[in-house]
Design a protein around this ligand. Structure first.
Ligand SMILES: [Zn+2]
Ligand SMILES: [Zn+2]
Length: 405
C-alpha cells in the first residue's frame, strides 16, 4: 500500500496485538470460505469521489466478509455487524460500537460468498448506500480513499440504474448494459495513476451502488460479457446522447477523430420523444452582446444563419456573412447553455428565438430513439446495429487484449 509498512501501527506499538478474540481459530475457516471468485472479473471504483469523507459506517448486508488490515486477516463478519472507520493523521481507526479494534494503514472487507453486499454511510451524510462485493479503505491526504472492488457485471447494473433509471423496456436495458460494459473496459486506464480504475462521477460513469431493479439485473445477466468491437476487433468508443433530433453526427463533426462506426444516420425513432424539441429566446440586446463579445468588430445586425436545417444536418458552424466570420456551433452551445447544436434562428423586431432539436452531442446512440425502438419490438442487436455502423458483438474474453488469447 503505497510503500507503507505491512504491519499495523498499533501492533508495532504493542497495543491491540490481538484485536479480535478467536482470530486464530477463525483464520483457517475464513480461508476455506474464500474460494468463489475464480471466474469473475473485478474492477476497482473509487466511491464518494466527489466529496471528502473523514469517517464511514460499514455494515455487511448479505454474504460473509473477511476483515483484512495491513495484509493480515483479523476476523470475519456478517449481517448485523457494524464498523466505524475514521481517519487520524494518515492512519485509519477501526472501531465496533464502543470498542477500538486497531489502527491501520489499509483495511479491506473482502466478500467470500457468491453474493456479498454491504451498506455504507459517511458520518456526515444522511443517506446510506448499498454496494456489491469488496471495499478497501486507505488514507487519502485529509480523508478516506474508498475503493469498491466490484465484479464487472454488478458494476454495470449499478451504472445502468443511475444512467437509465428503473422504468424502461428490458431490451433497452440490454443496450445500455453493452454500451456501459464496452465503455468501462476501454476506460480502465483512466485513473491508473490514482491507484484505481474508474471514479464514480460523470468523469467516468455515474455509479451510486448496487442495482436493485430486477429488469436491470436480468438485462445485465442476459448480455453477460458482450461488448461492441469495430472491424479490427477493437473496443469501440460507445458514444451516446439523449436525443439526436432526427440526425446523429459523424464523430469528426464534434470531435477531431473520424471513427468508421460513428457515422451520421437519419433517425426518426426519437422525433416524438421528450427531448426532441427545445426553444430558447434572447432579447436582441442579449443576443447582440453575446455576438459582440465573440467578435468585437462585427456588425451584429447583419447576422443570418445559413438554411442548414435538414439538408446538411451535421453543419458545425454558425455563419455570419458580413465578415465571413464563423463561430463553431459547439462553442455556441456551451456559451448559451443550449440543449444541442441543432437549431434554427427566428428573428423578430425585439427578440431572437432559437428553435432547436435534440439533446446532447448527437454522436453515436440516441437514447430516446433506442428506447422507442425497444418499445416497438426491436431487439438489442438491431438497435445497436442501427446506431453504430459496421460493429460486432463479441464476448470480451475474445478480445485480443483480454489475456485469454
Ligand atoms: Zn473518472
Ligand atoms: Zn435520435
Amino acid at each position: 500500500m503505497r510503500g507503507k509498512p505491512e504491519v499495523a501501527k498499533g501492533w508495532m506499538r504493542g497495543k491491540n496485538r490481538f484485536p479480535l478474540k478467536g482470530l486464530y481459530i477463525l483464520f483457517p475457516m475464513v480461508l476455506l470460505l474464500c474460494f468463489y471468485s475464480a471466474e469473475s472479473v473485478n474492477i476497482s471504483v473509487e466511491i464518494y469521489s466527489d466529496k471528502p469523507v473523514k469517517a464511514v459506517i460499514f455494515a455487511p448486508l448479505n454474504g460473509n466478509y473477511v476483515i483484512q488490515a495491513d495484509g493480515k486477516t483479523l476476523d470475519s463478519c456478517t449481517a448485523g455487524s457494524v464498523f466505524e472507520i475514521s481517519i487520524s493523521d494518515d492512519s485509519l481507526i477501526l472501531k465496533t460500537p464502543g470498542k477500538v479494534i486497531g489502527t491501520y494503514y489499509a483495511i479491506r472487507f473482502h466478500g467470500c460468498n457468491e453474493r456479498n453486499q454491504f451498506n455504507i454511510r459517511p458520518l456526515s451524510a444522511k443517506v446510506t448506500r448499498l454496494y456489491d462485493d469488496d471495499l478497501t479503505i486507505t488514507a487519502n491526504g485529509t480523508g478516506l480513499k474508498l475503493i469498491n472492488l466490484v465484479q464487472l457485471e454488478n458494476y454495470i447494473a449499478g451504472v445502468i440504474e443511475c444512467e437509465a433509471g428503473r422504468r424502461k423496456p428490458p431490451e433497452y436495458f440490454k443496450v445500455q448494459a453493452i454500451i456501459c460494459r464496452t465503455y468501462a473496459l476501454s476506460s480502465l486506464a483512466r485513473h491508473i495513476s490514482d491507484g484505481f480504475e474508474m471514479c464514480d462521477g460523470v468523469h467516468c460513469q455515474v455509479y451510486r451502488g448496487a442495482a436493485t431493479t430486477g429488469t436491470v439485473i436480468e438485462a445485465v445477466e442476459q448480455t453477460k460479457g458482450l461488448v461492441l468491437v469495430d472491424q479490427n476487433s477493437q473496443l469501440i468508443v460507445a458514444a451516446f446522447h439523449s436525443n439526436c433530433g432526427g440526425y446523429t453526427l459523424n464523430s469528426e463533426d464534434v470531435w477531431s477523430t473520424a471513427l468508421p462506426y460513428l457515422r451520421s444516420i437519419k433517425d426518426t425513432f426519437c422525433l416524438n420523444m421528450p427531448d426532441a424539441h427545445w426553444e430558447k429566446e434572447f432579447t436582441n440586446k442579449e443576443w447582440n452582446d453575446y455576438l459582440k463579445n465573440r467578435e468585437k468588430q462585427m456588425k451584429p445586425d447583419s447576422i443570418r444563419r445559413e438554411a442548414y436545417w435538414d439538408s446538411v444536418p451535421n453543419c458545425k458552424r454558425i455563419y455570419l456573412f458580413d465578415r465571413g466570420y464563423t463561430i463553431p456551433l459547439k462553442e455556441i452551445r456551451a456559451d448559451l447553455d443550449l440543449n444541442s447544436t441543432y437549431f434554427s434562428i427566428e428573428k423578430s423586431s425585439d427578440k431572437i428565438k432559437l428553435n432547436g432539436r435534440g439533446f446532447g452531442h448527437r454522436v453515436g446512440l440516441c437514447q430516446e430513439g433506442a428506447m422507442h425502438m425497444a418499445q416497438l419490438g426491436y431487439n438489442y442487436r438491431q438497435i445497436l446495429n442501427f446506431y453504430y455502423t459496421d460493429v460486432q458483438l463479441i464476448d470480451y474474453n475474445m478480445l485480443p487484449s483480454s489475456g485469454f488469447n
